[in-house]
Design a protein. Structure first.
Length: 149
């Protein structure tokens, strides 16, 4: 696990300082997410082309983990079908909650596997999954606002 842990620090730092796809997208769907426990707030914008994520971006403010998680999520989702997004979210969630081992899920998760480091800090799980819950709400248009509480 030590390699993943080192990588975890690097990746969180890098993406929280320079978040990718950090902007608004007009003309798609969006949802707002809030994690009252930590104070993380973000808005996720999604554009679907049929069943495929054509574009995804986010804005907001929060702790390093929530920002890095959102940033990395936007990098991996483009071009994926809704089914692939659901499968990825499920594996990601299993890894951040410690149900599955990050190393074992490297094939499925790629860089996202570094978030297995979060499983050691249960209060951070919500920070790491906020962007994903919010993205799901935007995709399904189930709710304008998602709260982790
Ligand atoms: Zn947070």
């Amino acid at each position: 696990m030590s390699d993943l842990r080192d990588l975890y620090q690097d990746v969180i730092l890098d993406h929280s300082k320079r978040p990718r796809n950090f902007h608004k997208i007009e003309g798609g769907s969006c949802a707002h997410g809030h994690n009252p426990l930590c104070g993380d707030q973000l808005t996720v914008y999604v554009i679907l082309d049929g069943d495929v994520v054509a574009d995804v971006a986010f804005e907001g403010s929060g702790c390093a983990i929530s920002t890095a998680a959102a940033s990395m999520m936007t990098q991996v989702l483009k071009g994926k079908t809704r089914e692939e997004v659901d499968a990825l979210f499920e594996t990601y969630h299993d890894v951040v909650t410690g149900k599955r081992d990050g190393e074992e899920c490297m094939d499925e998760l790629g860089k996202l596997a570094v978030f297995s480091g979060v499983s050691e800090f249960p209060v951070r799980v919500k920070c790491a999954s906020l962007a994903w819950h919010t993205m799901k709400a935007a995709l399904d248009e189930t709710a304008d606002t998602v709260s982790t509480e």
